[in-house]
Design a protein around this ligand. Structure first.
Ligand code: G4P
Length: 527
């Protein structure tokens, strides 16, 4: 490939940022996403993210919605341009859409934005999503939201990030006043104050100062708030962590931004800093070593498959993250697992709810491939050499149910359905060691609903799900695994590859089992 094309590819890579927003429901993810899209000039999208969320629904309604809409875009990718960058936001659905897909989507991100409600601090779903990101060691940027409301002390929140998530933090800006008395923020890097104006906080005044002691701040914010600001920042300067890019990139230090998404306060500063600090598309590990984005041979992998819930159209969309090279519509690539060449003729890219046919795309981009049933999660596609990317991790399920077929005559279809839906990653399946019962494990309740619905719609099988009391699954590695040891508030099962897994009813049972089996390893993902 010529040098000119190499350079063009490198430029495309350099300008891309692909990230996910991780948060607990109601922290303001929808609001923040919408503001970011608006900055990107995607004005016509105003309200669409919200509208999509407004279809917060009972699961039965959800099925109807999916049916009408055809292929679901409930969890997709939003792309926009801002200041010379091309930004891909991976949607990580919360609420009742929370599922293993949410975790898998994080494997396609190069960094994450962690959104925290200033009053609530670090919440349950944030912890789970954070841990998946932390395992990959990707950089995490924190936005503390709803600063316009009464909230917790910023130092206390920093402490919580460290205590609960184990990550140190470095505030990039700092609130001046708080809650109803919030005047604005002080930008530590730029040495500027950004102050709310007017009763409704509708405009923002930005003023450059020498440093935070500058008397101009006193004039603008009043003596009380200026004094408070000076005290806080002096403490941070002395006792806080300095900004260290290496640590940020390793996910050991999170830059923290304070703001209010709904008032669009601090959002632009956040976005601009983020674009500067966040990594461009990163290489991925494979059988052929690390594959760099600038490698001119196209490669990518499938991280998610979305089934069409309309039985009349059984096509699916496979979501591919491009790792290297240039993608062109109609190109032929090797589907490595299937051992054949396929033509990628109907690729789609996602712009909020619109799906556009994509002509070309680059590393960091996500495209949707029409899937007549040929893809599995983790499949590698490549041009030229046969590159196989590392397997995607499995995530520890938290909800379990015993599954049986209502009509025994349908057993064959039932087995086929279970096998295929497991391969697609819709559910995880386990067999009990003692009775050979089939237990399904999921991360979100919705996965059960989808399973039941698809078993009926696609395989003609009515299934019965009986909830089991387990809450944790741990893959157990060791010699002499003895089922009799896992009877109290737990049970021993095997996953589809024959690995031993113990399901526990509670944390106490899990801790006791670990203590009683000091030689065994208990892993929260498959070995
Ligand atoms: P989510 O996607 O993370 O679940 O959160 P979403 O953006 O829907 O926000 C949850 C609620 O928090 C919404 O209020 C939203 O308006 C509000 N919110 C978001 N950012 C801010 C902020 O900076 N300050 C304040 N005070 N509120 C914020 P809601 O009443 O549930 O919905 P709506 O009636 O406003 O749509």
């Amino acid at each position: 490939m010529s040098k000119a094309i190499d350079q063009a590819l490198q430029q495309e890579v350099d300008k891309r940022r692909t990230f996910a927003i991780i948060s607990h429901p109601d922290a303001g993810k929808t609001t923040l996403t919408e503001k970011l899209l608006l900055f990107g000039g995607a004005i016509r999208l105003a309200g669409t993210v919200k509208a999509r969320k407004a279809s917060k629904h009972a699961t039965s309604d959800w099925m109807e919605i999916e049916k009408q809409r055809g292929i679901s875009v409930t969890s997709s990718v939003m792309q926009f341009d801002y200041m010379g960058h091309r930004i891909n936001i991976l949607d990580t659905p919360g609420h009742q859409d929370f599922s293993e897909d949410t975790y898998r989507t994080l494997t396609a991100a190069d960094s994450a934005v962690m959104l925290i409600d200033v009053a609530k601090g670090v919440e349950a779903q944030t912890i789970k999503l954070f841990q998946v990101c932390a395992k990959r060691g990707i950089p995490i940027f924190t936005f503390i939201n709803k600063l316009d409301r009464e909230g917790r002390n910023p130092f206390e929140l920093m402490e919580e990030l460290e205590q609960v998530l184990g990550i140190r933090s470095v505030p990039m800006n700092w609130p001046i006043g708080s809650g109803r008395d919030l005047c604005g923020v002080y930008d530590r890097a730029k040495n500027q104050v950004e102050l709310f104006q007017g009763n409704d906080h509708s405009t923002i005044q930005v003023k450059k100062v020498d440093d935070y002691h500058d008397p101009v701040i006193r004039e603008m914010a009043g003596e009380y708030f200026h004094e408070q600001l000076c005290q806080d920042l002096e403490l941070l300067d002395v006792a806080g962590d300095p900004f260290d890019m290496d640590k940020v990139l390793k996910g050991e230090l999170t830059p923290v931004f304070f703001g209010s998404a709904i008032n669009n306060f601090g959002v632009q500063t956040f976005l601009e800093n983020f674009l500067q600090l966040a990594p461009k598309p990163q290489p991925r590990s494979s059988t052929a070593g690390l594959i760099e984005p600038s490698n001119e041979k196209f490669s990518g992998y499938i991280f998610k498959i979305q089934a069409n819930m309309n039985p009349a159209h059984r096509d699916r969309i496979a979501f591919m993250r491009i790792v290297s090279g240039k993608f062109q519509r109609g190109m032929s690539v090797k589907h490595v697992r299937a051992g054949k060449d396929i033509k990628l003729s109907q690729p789609q890219q996602f712009l909020a709810q619109d799906r556009d046919i994509v002509e070309e795309a680059y590393p960091g981009d996500i495209i949707g491939l029409f899937d007549p049933g040929i893809f599995r999660i983790g499949d590698s596609l490549s041009q030229g050499s046969e590159v196989v990317f590392d397997e995607l991790p499995t995530f520890s399920p938290e909800i379990f149910a015993k599954v049986t077929v209502k009509n025994a005559l349908k057993h064959k279809q039932y087995q086929k359905g279970i096998d295929q839906l497991t391969e697609e990653g819709t559910i995880q399946v386990f067999q009990t060691v003692s009775f050979d019962d089939t237990i399904l494990g999921v991360v979100g309740q919705l996965q059960f609903e989808v399973f039941e619905y698809r078993m009926k719609g696609e395989y003609g099988v009515d299934v019965q799900l009986q909830r089991m009391p387990y809450q944790f699954a741990r893959w157990i590695v060791g010699d002499d695994i003895d089922p009799s040891k896992f009877r109290i508030n737990s049970t021993l099962v095997k996953d589809k590859k024959g690995n031993y897994v113990v399901l526990f009813e509670n944390e106490y049972a899990m801790r006791t089992a670990m203590e009683k089996n000091p030689d065994a390893k208990f892993l929260d993902t498959a070995p």
